[in-house]
Design a protein around this ligand. Structure first.
Ligand code: X8Z
Ligand code: ZN
Length: 664
């Protein structure tokens, strides 16, 4: 995730808020030296001061956060929680001070900055110092539990513990039904102990939200879109309505293939839903790992990027082995493998950087390469979930990943660098404007580049062989992209449908798991194969829930990125069908992109969108245009099948109607 979001959700909210809380009676123990508002300070002066103070406190906050994510232990968590506490108290103080300018004359930029200040955290903290401290402790603790989560089986010498990465490996490449079920269920055990903490967390952030004048934290999250909370919620419904028929076709096709692979008894679950543990991904948000099963035409254009990256790793390993000939101990061998993993991870990152520099963007600073966490360290627990960090608003940018040589991680690097290039671009803006036009923009930058990673581009960098020009190859290429992008859409929506309900009280703690699976069923058509009662807390097994990162951003991003892509293709003077466009190496497209990044959050996103695309609305028609050939093909494949699914407690999804077959 983007560090700014992660950090804004945890640390920034805390530090900004802490100023106001300290105003009461800052205790020496808290170490918070809150600044009082000088007499007669104007609104413009106030915002200038906040920007200044924010910039100054920022590096210390990010450093604490970085340490606690890359070195999980009690000490780093204590420091991170305390630092968050200071930040959130500061933020509360600033927000309180901002209150006195309500209704006063001020520049539009200052008015916007004040508005952004109130939304500067995803974790609004109560003013009560005891509750504030409790909140940051719970938040840091939950993230640590997720990062260090481990599933152990067996006893004594036979005891074996596996972390998320190991369990994801099983889902990625092991097609054994029971092995996948064990990996899926195993990972979900790590979230069970979070339920109590999460329940309390919800009470605390809701209290913070109410003190700031919001009905609840969900309403606060929905307030960050330059429109009313009700309007953005309606927008997400509208956009989902545009793409839902396409998702339903893909769902139907996947179900047929799963039936064929595992038999009708095991290939789907009641209501014609997809079994949660068989989708190649812990959360069923990206089905790309099922490529072997879902590839439409065997051999029509080889898009097996994972194999190519693994071959690269083998080469790196051979090179490391050649450096250390002769007998090697187990620990030397482990180090050699580690060095080869690091080498391939850096090569993958250099590839991603190369795309951005081909657009005319700068190379990443030297410090990026020395301070980034590329792979999982051997000696300690870390939060492996990918994130991008701006440490100081002045060029110390880093990514934190546990890169493995596979397609998913390869594209995730491009995603993360999108955040980094956004950060670097808006570093020229005042701190309060150093953010995405909205959070969906931030998520869409790198993914726009991923859309431009066409088979031709992949061939040009030597990752795949000579590409065929055929209808079969086209459908294969479209399927590869759809398994990542289309499969994601309902997932992108359901997470916050759940959290909005949790925050507004319509989902009670006693129903957390039931509501989670009802929404999974309703939107994704996915179900577990065994009962998931309230002894589980399955939402907690997805990073963004314990990490408190709002998720609607990813849904919006998956629509916006197609709009951005289309505009950049236009800027590059491209005239062919949308799905074949790559603007790799095109400086005009790069300049247009850069201009958008430079704006940050300094103006309403509608204006920024208009400058890039000519329109002011988010719109999924570019998604549909892109996938038109695949959608036709899917309709043909699904003809005569009973598509759709029935989810419990909601109205049945109407079966997709097959259309008259088309040639192609
Ligand atoms: O969390 C992320 C990024 C970091 S912002 C790796 N993503 C979402 C996820 O993994 O759930 C990217 C796509 C969706
Ligand atoms: Zn991201």
């Amino acid at each position: 995730m983007n560090h700014r979001h992660l950090l804004l959700s945890l640390a920034v909210a805390a530090s900004l808020l802490s100023l106001s809380a300290c105003k009461k009676e800052p205790t020496p123990a808290s170490g918070t030296a809150e600044t009082a508002a000088p007499e007669g300070e104007t609104a413009d002066q106030f915002i200038a001061r906040v920007n200044d103070e924010y910039r100054k406190m920022f590096p210390e906050m990010t450093a604490a956060q970085w340490l606690s994510s890359t070195y999980i232990n009690d000490d780093s968590q204590l420091i991170a929680a305390k630092s968050n506490e200071r930040y959130l108290a500061q933020l509360n103080s600033w927000i309180e001070q901002a209150g006195k300018y309500e209704g006063q004359q001020m520049s539009p930029q200052t008015a916007r900055a004040i508005q952004l200040l109130k939304l500067a955290t995803a974790m609004p903290a109560p003013k009560d110092p005891a509750k504030l401290a409790e909140l940051t402790k719970i938040a840091t603790g939950m993230e640590g539990m997720y990062g260090s989560g481990s599933y152990c089986t067996g006893d004594g010498d036979a005891k074996k513990c596996r972390q998320l990465g190991d369990l994801e490996d099983v889902l990625r490449s092991n097609r054994d039904y029971d092995a996948q079920l064990d990996a899926w269920q195993g990972w979900h055990t790590i979230a069970q102990p979070m339920r109590k903490d999460y329940t309390r967390f919800v009470e605390l952030v809701n209290e913070g939200s109410r003190e700031m004048g919001f009905a609840d934290t969900g309403e606060m999250w929905r307030s960050g879109y330059d429109m009313t909370p009700a309007e953005i919620a309606a927008e997400t419904d509208r956009l989902w309505g545009q793409v839902k028929p396409l998702y339903e076709q893909l769902h139907c096709y996947a179900r047929t293939k799963l039936d064929a692979k595992y038999g009708p008894d095991k290939g789907h679950v009641a209501g014609n839903m997809l079994p949660a543990h068989l989708m190649g991904n812990m959360w069923q948000q990206d089905w790309g790992n099922l490529w072997d099963m879902l590839q439409p035409y065997q051999g029509a254009g080889n898009l097996d990027i994972t194999s190519a990256l693994q071959a690269q790793y083998q080469q790196d390993l051979d090179a490391e082995l050649a450096k250390h000939p002769g007998e090697r101990s187990t620990s030397q061998m482990a180090q050699i493998e580690h060095d080869a993993q690091l080498a391939v991870a850096k090569q993958m990152t250099e590839r991603a950087q190369d795309f951005y520099s081909s657009l005319g963007m700068q190379k990443l600073p030297e410090s990026y390469w020395t301070k980034t966490q590329f792979i999982k360290p051997r000696d300690r627990d870390v939060v492996c979930h990918a994130s991008a960090w701006d440490m100081n608003m002045a060029g110390d940018v880093r990514t934190k990943m546990c890169i493995k040589p596979n397609e998913e991680d390869f594209t995730t690097i491009y995603h993360e660098l999108g955040h980094i290039y956004y950060d670097l671009a808006y570093n020229k803006q005042p701190p309060l404007f150093q953010n995405g036009a909205h959070d969906g923009f931030h998520e869409a930058i790198g993914d726009t580049i991923v859309l431009a990673m066409t088979p031709k581009y992949l061939q040009s960098i030597g990752l795949v062989g000579e590409q065929q020009q055929s209808q079969e190859a086209l459908i294969n290429a479209q399927m590869r992209m759809a398994l990542a992008k289309v499969a994601f859409l309902p997932f992108g929506l359901m997470i916050d449908r759940w959290r909005w309900g949790v925050f507004d009280g319509s989902i009670k703690p006693g129903d957390y798991n039931k509501a989670w699976w009802d929404l999974k069923a309703k939107y994704q058509g996915v179900a577990p194969v065994s009962a998931r009662g309230e002894e589980f807390f399955d939402a907690g097994a997805k990073y963004h829930v314990p990490g408190n990162t709002p998720y609607t951003r990813y849904f919006l991003s998956h629509v916006l990125q197609f709009q951005f892509y289309k505009s950049l293709c236009d800027a590059a003077g491209y005239k062919g069908p949308l799905y074949e466009c790559s603007f790799y190496g095109n400086k005009e497209a790069g300049a247009k992109f850069q201009a958008m990044l430079d704006k940050g959050a300094s103006q309403p996103w509608q204006k920024t969108l208009k400058e890039l695309t000519g329109g002011e609305k988010m719109d999924a028609s570019a998604v549909l245009e892109y996938f038109a050939p695949l959608q036709d093909w899917l309709k043909q494949q699904n003809e005569g099948k009973a598509c759709g699914w029935q989810s419990p407690g909601t109205t049945a999804v109407a079966p997709a109607k097959p259309e008259a077959p088309k040639k192609g």
